[in-house]
Structure formats: structure tokens, C-alpha cells
Design a protein around this ligand. Sequence first.
Ligand code: GLC
Length: 447
Amino acid sequence: MILELLVSAAVALGAASPSPKIEEGIKNFTPSQEELAARQRFGENRLGIFIHWGVYSMLGRGEWVMDTERIPFSDYSMLPGGFYPSKFNAAEWVSAIKGTGAKYITITSRHHDGFSMFATKQSPYNIVDATPFGRDVLKELADECQKQGITHNFYYSLIDWGREDYPFGRDGNKLGKDPQKADFAHYLDFMCAQITELLTNYGPIGCIWFDGDWDRFPKPAPGEETKVDFDWGYERIYTLIHKLQPGCLVANNHHRINIPGEDVQLFERDVPGEDTAGYSRTSYISDSLPLETCQTMNKSWGFDIKDHKFKTGQEIIRTIIRTAGRNANLLLNIGPQPDGQIPATSLERFKEMGAWMQANGETIYATHPVMKPQPWGVTTAKDGKIWLHVMEYPEGGVITLPMKLKAKTATVYGGGQALKVKKTKDSFTVTLPESIDCSLDYIIEIR
Ligand code: GLC
């Protein structure tokens, strides 16, 4: 039945035949020791910076502009000819990012618009061959990351609005694509060849971060109820990654339960367990894989010239805390300008984050929560210490941990003021002063 549906949908789309099966990842996949160690390290990082940068930044209306404004490839592809980010300086980017306390960078190597921001032999549509700038910015960044000791990861889009061989896409028609020219097998070869380049020419890479999986569900035709699924070729892609760099993690922003071969569970614009943005297709939270939430600093991923709705330092820092308190990393995004500069407001926020992480990072890195998030805030713990991150004054001024603890004391983090503690055989209660400043995060250390 499913097969029939797939075949008829493929025929209806006029596309070259996709492999008729629902993807399952690598069967019987057993992660290597190197991969397990990389997962562990990744989960300890707690903070990374996401970078959405491409030729779309020139239009200043986000990374989706080609699609939302229905710009056909023949027009959109004029952009690279004018792309000259004269102020791009990898060393400055990496040191500004490092200053936030972030342990890794994840940058768009190729977004849905199909433009490669790196030197690729697989298509001339790339930053070295198609722009007057002619520099491999990802190579400069990767080298700089190595030099400054921070992990370098690549975002990689599964979708391609430009290539003729990219078969489907909910939006293929809007962009004037000819479905007759679709050739998924050819496209998959192209992706694998690019991934090979990314994992061969840029030193050790921490993670390949896929995006766009949802595009495999073409919009059902009017009256048609079933969405059609097709195989992205994950088995081949994931096997290739694990073979080329066994310490490189695979992440996929598909908003579903992970499949074999993947190493990280991703959450978009929400901390694990919440779904305010409506992207989560599952409420399941993995207890064996590291977790990561990606979030924007303003509203947009790619540079948007009119978007000044930047989150405040307080909001960002609290997001770091709320994410860590849910056992997850925060991947916080910036959208650099077409001239290669990081927006000034982003740099200001970086400084605020850095100052806070410098003072309180111990309570964030490599920690794990000891209980579910509470109305007053969250917990983090490591090395025999528990930290209560109080962001709302608790009811009655007391916080009770429903667990037996060896710990004897509770003190205000950094200041050292001792707080009243009451222990029973299965609980630990701290009484807070009547008035505290928890407008950002009032941290109590239990040990
Ligand atoms: C969405 C968007 C994409 C963005 C990504 C980041 O999937 O399609 O533009 O890169 O989210 O998480």
C-alpha cells in the first residue's frame, strides 16, 4: 500500500523515482569508542555559537528570501557576483565567539539556497569560484578554530533550491523547477562528495548538522491526504561521516526521534520539553544522546536588516541556564552582515554572555540537572556540588530537593553567605533570605 502511494506520488510529481522506503538510518549501528567519547565531550560543552551566513545576507531579509520572494535561481544566482565581505576576519570572529564562553561554532557550509560557502569541486556555485572575494572563508575559520582551540562544526542543508537534480521540495514548483530534471541519485552523490570534502579538507570537525529533512514531505495535492515520504540516503551519508572522521558527530534537525547513526537530539527554538515554536514532532527526550537547542539572538537566522528584536543579555543568559538545567547545550545563532562583520548588537550580547560565563561557567559546563525544572528555576550539578539557579522567588522562600543528600551546606554562589538548611532522610530544604536579587540568576551552591 505504502509502496503504491509512493510510486503514484512520484509519478504525479513527474520526478525521477525516489527509493520507495521509509528511511531508518544505519541498521544495527554500534557507535565506536571515539564517537561515544565525542558525544560525551559535546554534551559537556553547553554553549555553542551558530552562524548563518551566505549570499542571502546581501539582501538583508533572512536566509529564506529566495523561497519567500519566489526568486528563481536564474535571478538569485546573480548575487555571488557581488559578494565581497571586505571586513571578514576569521581571527576576530573566533575570538569574539570564544569570549562568550562557547566551546564550538556551527556554521552554514551550504544553506537551502544551494550556495556553497566553501571551496568545493562539486559545483562552481561556491564562494571561491563564483564571488570576487574568492576566499574559502570556512577554511580560514576552521584554521582559526584550531589555533584558538574551539571546535568547528558544519551545518549542511539537505534541501537545494538551486540545483536541477534536487527532486522534491515543497517549494520546487514555486521556484520554477522542472521536475523532469530531478535526479535524486545524482543529488545524493553530490551531497556525499561535498561531505567528503568538508571532512577531508578542514581538519577535525566536531559535527555535521543536517537541516531540511522535512522537505521530503511534498505538500499534498488538494484533496490528497497522505504525505509522501522518501529516502534521504541517511544510511549512506551517516556511514560515510562515521568512516571519514569517527569522532565527528551526526546531528539532524528533523524534529523527530533519532534514528541509528545520529549522535545528538536537536530541538529548534525551544528548550527540551517545551514546544512554544511548534517545531517538535515528538515529546520524547533522549536520555542517552546529548541534547542541543538552537535559538536565534534576534528573530532571524540569516542577516535581516530590519530585525532589531534582539533578545536582552538577561534573556540570553537565562536561556543558557534553562537549557543546561534541561541537560542540553544551547546553540545560539548570529547572522553576520554582508560585509563580513558580526552585527554590533550581537557583539554586545557576546560580551554580556562572556562576563557571566566567566564568573559562573563552573555551574554550567559539564553539569547535569538533579531534578525537573521548577517554577523557581533549574538545578545543575557536578563534582559533588549542586547548584540551584533561582530565577523566580520560590513560594514561601524555601526550596526542597526531594532526595537524600550527603551535602551539609547551602551558600550563595560567589558571595559565600550561608543559608539555613534542613535535612531529612529523603529531602534537603534551603531557606532563602526574604529578599534576594533573582532578576538574572541567584545561584545557591549545595555541598
Ligand atoms: C529551519 C530553517 C533554517 C534554519 C534552521 C536553523 O530549519 O529552515 O533556515 O537554518 O531552522 O535551525
